[in-house]
Design a protein around this ligand. Structure first.
Ligand SMILES: Cc1ncc(COP(=O)(O)O)c(C=O)c1O
Length: 397
């Protein structure tokens, strides 16, 4: 296994060949309930008929053009995204990390435009994850990811919810940008409070710092609103999106507000593949589903899943806390979540583990009521087993 491939991933052995909705099927025909969605990606699930039809049609016409030429999906997708996020202009990328890179370059360039080019540094939050490219990696807090690649870009981290600390750093350092995830994904499905999001907004206004929201995991409707920060009524200057935006095809976007929309001059940023006809066509299928009420389903299924997890929390002492919003939920345990995740996988339920003791539960937006019930049953059974056999793995204090 893994012949000819760099050994960067710890992969499960099964080979997945097909899927339908929130179900994945391996080569032996075993069905898995997919409550991970390719790490918060496959919004429309697997084997989506409308997506397949649109992609077949598009592949038969034109797949790639480069950004030197126009196709008919760029502006409709960009303007729809701007409307949904209250932003003014979009730059299409191919991934989350590239959306962050775009945001960082945009903040640096904005400082040049304002006549403060000495403002080059960035501030981010402890527990934050922003990607693996050199700039995005610089902001990513976990030292495990950064250590082998030092030196990286200078970044100062502040603890989530430490408004006074954030104010001190922004006033002293006058950075180019503050980059935050309204709900930290890798950090353990940790939601920032509306008060902290608002305070960060105000502090950025006071200090002329560009506020970048990384909604790569929390955005595109996963919490029931198109952006998680919309629950708190906070608008950033720049927002980075990716994961579900093209229903599983690799696409990201960096969106800027009206004040920053014209920051880049021609040639100052670019990408060969970003915003190509195939991914934009896929994005239209996803955005049409959003228009058709998909986020109401996210809200309903999210409420059902949360209620079920909270019920498990009342019944089982092994459960510490239910976290998150909509279909971005975390179950914090008094136990290693890795062990529990492995057993859930053996029971053919896919979730994963973040921050050591949190099960991350991020199913496709099209997950059904019955599938949520089935997943809750499996989680309840496995947690009951771990609670009754605490010696089967190390317990978390
Ligand atoms: C919040 C956040 N930012 C950035 C990234 C990086 O995205 P990508 O892996 O598409 O580069 C991720 C990926 O998990 C993420 O969750």
């Amino acid at each position: 296994m893994d012949e000819g491939v760099m050994k960067t991933y710890a992969r499960a052995e099964e080979v997945f060949a097909a899927g339908h909705g929130a179900v994945l099927v391996d080569q032996q025909g075993h069905e898995y309930l997919d409550f991970l969605a390719g790490i918060a990606v496959s919004a429309l699930g697997h084997g989506h008929a409308g997506l397949a039809e649109a992609l077949r049609d598009q592949v038969g016409k034109v797949v790639h053009l480069s950004n030197l030429f126009r196709h008919q999906y760029t502006e409709p997708v960009a303007t729809k995204l701007c409307a949904l996020t209250e932003m003014a202009a979009a730059f299409f990328t191919n991934s989350g990390a590239e959306s962050i890179e775009c945001a960082l370059k945009l903040a640096r360039k904005a400082m040049h435009v304002r006549g403060t080019p000495e403002r080059t540094s960035f501030v981010a939050l402890e527990g934050g994850f922003h990607g693996r490219t050199m700039g995005a990696l610089s902001l990513t807090h976990n030292p495990k990811y950064r250590a082998p690649f030092q030196p990286l870009q200078h970044v100062t981290w502040v603890a989530p919810e430490d408004t006074a600390g954030l104010g001190a750093v922004l006033h002293e350092q006058r950075p180019a940008a503050l980059v935050i995830e309204p709900i930290q994904g890798e950090g353990g499905i940790r939601e920032l409070s509306p008060a902290f999001l608002r305070a960060a907004r105000n502090l950025c206004n006071e200090t002329g710092t560009i506020l970048v929201h990384d909604e790569i995991q929390s955005g595109c409707g996963r919490t029931g609103k198109f952006l998680a920060a919309q629950h708190a009524g906070v608008a950033p200057d720049v927002v980075a999106l990716a994961k579900p935006i093209a229903a599983g095809l690799p696409m990201g976007v960096c969106l800027a507000n009206a004040a920053l929309a014209d920051t880049f001059a021609k040639g100052e940023h670019g990408t060969t593949f970003g915003g190509g006809p195939l991914v934009c066509r896929a994005a239209t299928v996803f955005l049409d589903a959003v228009d058709g009420g998909l986020l109401d389903d996210v809200t309903a299924r999210g409420a059902q899943l949360r209620a079920g997890l909270e019920q498990l929390g009342r019944e089982l002492a092994i459960v510490r806390e239910v976290r998150g919003r909509g279909l971005m939920l975390g179950l914090r345990l008094h136990h290693s979540a890795t062990e529990v995740q492995k057993e859930l996988y053996r029971q053919r339920l896919m979730v994963n583990c973040t921050a050591g003791d949190v099960l991350r539960i991020v199913p496709p937006f099209v997950v059904t009521e019955a599938q949520v019930d089935a997943a809750l049953l499996r989680i309840g059974d496995v947690l009951t087993h771990f609670q009754q056999n605490p010696a089967s793995a190390e317990a978390h204090p």
